[in-house]
Design a protein around this ligand. Structure first.
Ligand code: PRX
Length: 661
């Protein structure tokens, strides 16, 4: 296979036309959205059903943007009630496929009925507008239904990814002050049952704010119930067959908090609102994937991440699309499970991660070739940079060189896609590995370290110069961190924390994180979070985390650990630390390798020389140490490097399948 490198200007052979020409529809729409954002978004917002129109399109008091000020709406109404008056009512909303091969079909009418019942159940348990609910559920229909039910009654929810541990759940439940945890007996993963209810009990016992645990019967195994605290969903639903009027929510009322990793040891709660967010996700889905009434959409992301919030649950329902939702692992029971599902449901539009594509690539093209993928019309990629080889494999073996790929770059904080091809506006050429151009409303620049705009062809920090409707409202209960993280380095501009290069054709290449955030199989985790978890173990004196490029997962976690006196490096202690990390954070925190060292390399001022760690982790030489960004002198770095390589005992984790987002 011919290799295309990042920045390659060759384009994939897609239908031709007057793409991105100055008179093209995309350019015209983008220009208008930047020159007159208020006029542009007022026009777009007519597609929503407002209970009361807004008084002002945008109130921008940097760094806080409030969209559609004074407007009232309800997102569950957008997703369900308004379809009850159209033919969408009897359309399939979700084809749900269980890991064990069981399945369920939910029409919009059925989803509407269930959402009302679940909303009534929450109310019956005392959940009111503004209360917080933690949803710790696998990929089963109850999860989107609870998200819709919370939106309906104005309860703020936080979804906690089901592979997080009981401790990680407790951290989030405590921070958000959840009154109720919703969980399931357990979840199926590659033929095993994971004990979600037990983890929820662990969290509840650590968090006095929790009054009730609602339990969905899913795996059929026995779980202990505490009658004072735990309720079966089925029991309470038996009393809740009723309509619940949707609350009139303010456009800027919080909808959910979603925890994600940043530069600190504690995950931060990204707070999203109602009006701007609803509009942003629906419009961006249409633009990036050219959806229509015939679309059968499958976004493979877990709902525990922003991709699942925006593009498994809310946007497809707002647009009245039919979606596939799959409970299990991509390679269970066979490596062709996903291709089987595409053929079974006639999926037209398929959206997944580069890690998944690379995993399938490793297993060979004969697996997708066994299945009829001719229903596919559009492909997408998200979560991490996609290397051109993986892009081309996807284009050839899944898209059969006939359909377009939307590589969508965005973040938990942005709510929806920011940079992506927009075939829903105008067809255009693609370059394997580039997310192409900004969405309407997204004003991008690439800056150097001093905040000067860089010429095309040079790599720098991507910034967004104007607010957009899907922008986060705040960091939950931490506005200082919000201002510092995103707005302080280049005042007035939003800083996503990624490197970017704009090529000569103005195509954007997103080149990975510029900070201490690691992306493992698309999961976001910070070095600080790993370090703070590992030093919580009594055998550990100090620790530093970094990453190493990984052929399938994008990046793999590498830890450097100094042990306390009396503990010597061994496979047992390595396994023990791995278990500790999994129990503190979850399986996604599993390190690929642990280096036990006598000392962590530090500058005189006490900063860890992270580049040195990376050099050791990747087996590189220290190279030009004058480029160290921590102010270490060359001699200092060399001495530390020698000490590090001499003293290191390292242990690898046996190979694990990537837990795909
Ligand atoms: O580094 C970028 C990478 O994922 C980060 C955001 O992670 P998270 O908030 O977990 O959201 C993931 C789902 C949107 C970004 O800062 N990223 C996401 N999509 C891409 C990407 N990097 C390159 N190309 C992408 N398409």
């Amino acid at each position: 296979m011919k290799t295309m490198t990042q920045g390659d200007t060759r384009v994939a052979h897609l239908p031709t036309g007057s793409y991105y020409s100055p008179s093209g529809e995309y350019d015209e729409m983008h220009r208008r959205s930047i020159e007159d954002p208020e006029g542009f978004w007022a026009e777009q917002a007519r597609s929503l059903d407002w209970m009361k129109p807004w008084d002002k399109v945008l109130d921008w008091k940097a760094p806080y943007a409030r969209w559609f000020v004074g407007g009232k709406l309800n997102l569950s109404y957008q997703c369900l009630d308004r379809h009850m008056k159209t033919e969408v009512k009897n359309k399939v909303a979700f084809y749900w496929e269980g890991e064990l091969g069981d399945s369920q079909v939910l029409t919009y009418a059925e989803l509407y009925r269930l959402t009302n019942n679940y909303a009534a159940a929450l109310k019956r348990l005392g959940v009111k507008r503004g209360d917080k609910v933690a949803l710790y559920l696998p990929m089963i229909p109850a999860l989107p239904i609870f998200m819709l039910a919370c939106a309906r009654i104005g309860a703020i929810f936080t979804v906690v990814f089901s592979a997080f541990s009981g401790q990680a759940l407790a951290d989030r439940v405590e921070d958000v002050e959840a009154k109720v945890i919703v969980t399931a007996t357990g979840m199926h993963r590659r033929g095993k049952i994971l004990p979600l209810k037990d983890n929820a009990v662990e969290a509840a016992s650590k968090c006095p704010c929790v009054e009730k645990i609602i339990v969905v019967k899913h795996t059929g195994h026995h779980v202990e119930m505490d009658p004072a605290r735990d309720v079966w969903l089925s029991d309470i639903l038996a009393e809740c067959d009723e309509y619940v009027a949707p609350e009139e929510m303010d456009a800027n009322d919080p909808l959910f908090v979603l925890y994600t990793s940043g530069s600190t040891g504690k995950p931060k709660g990204i707070l999203h609102g109602t009006g701007g967010y609803s509009l942003w996700i629906a419009k961006t889905l249409q633009w990036a994937f050219k959806t229509d009434a015939q679309t059968v959409w499958w976004c493979t992301a877990d709902i525990g991440w922003i991709t699942g919030h925006s593009y498994v649950v809310y946007a497809p329902l707002e647009l009245g699309l039919t979606s596939v939702m799959y409970e299990g692992a991509p390679d269970y029971p066979g490596i062709d499970r996903w291709w089987q599902i595409i053929a079974k449901y006639g999926v037209t539009t398929f959206y997944t991660s580069p890690t998944a594509i690379r995993m399938f690539m490793r297993h060979g093209e004969e697996w997708p070739a066994k299945h009829d993928l001719s229903s596919l019309k559009m492909l997408g990629s998200v979560g991490e940079p996609i290397n051109p080889e993986a892009w081309l494999w996807y284009y050839r073996n899944i898209g059969h060189e006939r359909i377009s790929i939307s590589d969508t770059w965005w973040q938990t904080e942005t709510g929806g896609f920011m940079i992506s091809p927009t075939p829903g506006i105008q067809a255009h050429p693609l370059k394997p590995g580039s997310a192409t151009k900004p969405m309407p409303g997204v004003d991008v620049a690439v800056l150097d370290a001093d905040g000067k705009e860089l010429p095309n062809g040079q790599t720098g920090f991507i910034v967004i110069r104007k607010p957009w409707p899907g922008m986060l409202l705040d960091i939950y209960r931490n506005p200082e961190l919000y201002e510092k993280t995103y707005w302080s380095r280049f005042p007035g501009y939003y800083l996503p924390g990624d490197y970017c290069m704009k090529d000569q054709d103005n195509f954007l290449w997103l080149l990975g994180r510029a900070d201490e955030v690691i992306k493992v199989a698309g999961h976001r985790i910070s070095t600080a979070e790993l370090e703070s978890a590992i030093v919580g173990h009594s055998a550990v004196a100090e620790a530093a985390a970094c990453s190493r490029p990984d052929e399938v997962k994008g990046e793999a976690i590498i830890l450097f650990v100094t042990l306390r006196k009396g503990t010597t490096p061994s496979v047992e202690i390595k396994n023990e630390l791995t278990r500790h990390l999994r129990a503190t954070i979850g399986t996604l925190a599993t390190p690929e390798e642990i280096f036990f060292v006598n000392l962590l390399p530090k500058t005189r001022s006490g900063k860890i020389m992270r580049r040195l760690l990376k050099a050791v982790a990747t087996g590189a030489t220290i190279g030009d140490t004058s480029t160290l960004d921590d102010g270490a002198s060359v001699d200092e770095a060399k001495a530390a490097f020698a000490e590090l390589t001499d003293s290191a005992h390292h242990y690898k984790t046996s190979e694990k399948k990537p837990d795909i987002k």
